[in-house]
Design a protein around this ligand. Structure first.
Ligand code: CAO
Length: 455
């Protein structure tokens, strides 16, 4: 008799009602264990859900546009051989709804209504989205949380979709619902206020974040008039990171402090370490992570975030470092947690893992949240300096360019030294120039004499 098993949505970081944006299988397909079955897109990340076991797809229980939570039924699969993982459960005899399908869009504008407050946290049962929400739109440009981790304001996916449809950055909206939850009325009130205060539409028709920037409309040019062209849509990640970068650039008064670190000795040690650990890629980045942790401990103002009101600084006692990773679809910033508790080799392993996960599009929301400070290393590519954009709500970011051997005066003669250019961008509302210069100089000292990293 056929061995029918269920493939269900696994733990997705506590998120509920996450839209299915792709179904990657069809009935009759043979799937391998860990082969992607569907793609989900939360406000923070795109996640592919892997098959818990190998087999032949018999029935698919959801479709694009459905919203799912942990435990939602994806498909019934006839399991192959003995390789049936523990997450597989016997198929039910009775048909059950796999996921909540989006309600059809109402003909008239829906009445804003108060949504039920969360009871003891968010439910992870399938199909529990509040009723009366509008259907999600054809995927709009998204709330910019994928590459800029932080605490997302509490709002249902439908309210977020509504905000995106109007081009509103939901992080700017104050919630009037129970527990500070953002409801539809808050979004409409925000738009009314922004229009009344003179904020003009910016690129893509959205309302300028921060209100009142009073920017000119984006130039409309018929480029084809001047020569041959080709149009290429931005990837989802590019849209998400673009929205974030634009907000951060516009709202944070940036200053970039440049510094050089002499990493001649560090490089010799790194090569030795590499020779002793041939199966591990140990790049200068892991030393930079350790040096940043030491600098964050010495200068706690850098391990902080401004709260929403802009009147309070939240100082963090943990050391989670975001690493900008370049992927074919755009930039993402996974976070390595508790870097203060990890050695160089542990960090090298983890860096390899998150880079691979990022490039294979396997990062989940948990992989990209909770960062304290980010590092953007272009050192493997080139350049002498650049101005990285602060990854809000963090208050500083370290840009690293390519190390080069340069003649350095040692008091008697010019000696060849390996010099690493550092570019520290910071939020001038939180950090003074003198403090930034001290932080950057401390970093250079740590990298110049790695024995100090042990202190
Ligand atoms: N100077 C000189 N060489 C460097 C260097 C530096 N600062 N940093 C790294 N390298 C070397 C590495 O040692 C490695 O050489 P070997 O293979 O000979 O050891 C080579 O450059 C390639 O390194 P890498 O880039 O693969 O590895 P990494 O650990 O340095 O970086 C990662 C990992 C994921 C950060 C990187 O691959 C990446 O994606 N960087 C781009 C980040 C980015 O786009 N930032 C811009 C954000 S703003 O738009």
């Amino acid at each position: 008799m056929a061995d029918l098993k269920e493939a269900r949505v696994p733990d997705i970081g506590g998120h509920a009602d996450v839209p299915v944006i792709e179904v990657l299988i069809k009935p009759g397909d043979t799937v391998e264990k860990d082969q992607s079955l569907i793609t989900l897109e939360s406000d923070k990340a795109t996640m592919e859900v892997p098959a818990p076991f190998a087999g032949v797809v018999k029935e698919i229980k959801l479709k694009v546009g459905d919203e799912v939570s942990e435990g939602a039924l994806i498909a019934v699969i006839e399991a192959a051989g003995a390789d049936t993982a523990s997450s597989a459960a016997p198929a039910p005899k009775v048909e059950e709804p796999a996921a909540k399908a989006p309600a059809p869009a109402p003909a008239a504008a829906p009445q804003p209504k108060e949504e039920p407050a969360p009871q003891g946290g968010r439910s992870v049962l399938p199909g529990n989205a509040p009723e009366g929400d509008v259907a999600p739109q054809a995927r709009p440009p998204f709330d910019a949380k994928l590459v800029m981790p932080g605490d997302a304001p509490y709002a249902t996916p439908a309210v977020r979709a509504f905000a995106r449809e109007l081009g509103v950055d939901i992080h700017q909206v104050k919630g009037s619902g129970r527990g500070g939850r953002i409801v539809r009325e808050d979004i409409t009130a925000y738009v009314k206020h922004a229009l009344a205060s003179g904020a003009r539409p910016v690129q893509g028709g959205s309302v300028a974040a921060g209100g009142g920037l009073n920017l000119l409309p984006w130039p409309k040019v018929d480029f084809a008039k001047f020569g041959a062209i080709e149009e290429k849509p931005l990837s989802r990640i590019q849209k998400i990171s673009g929205a974030n970068l634009a907000r951060n650039w516009a709202m944070i008064p940036h200053v970039t402090q440049h510094e050089d670190a002499d990493i001649t000795e560090l490089e010799a040690f790194r090569k030795k370490l590499g020779d002793e650990n041939k199966d591990l890629k140990i790049t200068p980045l892991v030393f930079q992570i350790k040096a940043v942790v030491a600098a964050l401990k010495k200068f706690p103002q850098f391990n902080a975030s401004l709260d929403e009101s802009g009147e309070k600084l939240v100082l963090k006692k943990y050391f989670h470092i975001g690493i900008a990773v370049d992927t074919p679809d755009g930039l993402v910033v996974p976070v390595i947690r508790d870097c203060d508790k990890k050695g160089l080799l542990d960090l090298a392993v983890e860096l390899g893992e998150i880079s691979r996960k990022a490039r294979d599009k396997k990062l989940g929301p948990n992989d990209m949240s909770g960062g304290c400070f980010s590092i953007s290393s272009l050192g493997g590519i080139g350049g002498t300096a650049f101005t990285p954009i602060v990854n809000a709500p963090e208050v500083a970011i370290l840009g690293v360019s390519k190390a080069q051997t340069k003649p350095v005066w040692n008091g008697k003669e010019f000696a060849p030294r390996l010099i690493l250019p550092l570019s520290l961008s910071y939020d001038h509302r939180v950090i003074d120039g003198a403090l930034a210069a001290r932080f950057a100089s401390f970093l250079a000292t740590q990298l110049g004499d790695i024995r100090r990293l042990l202190l």
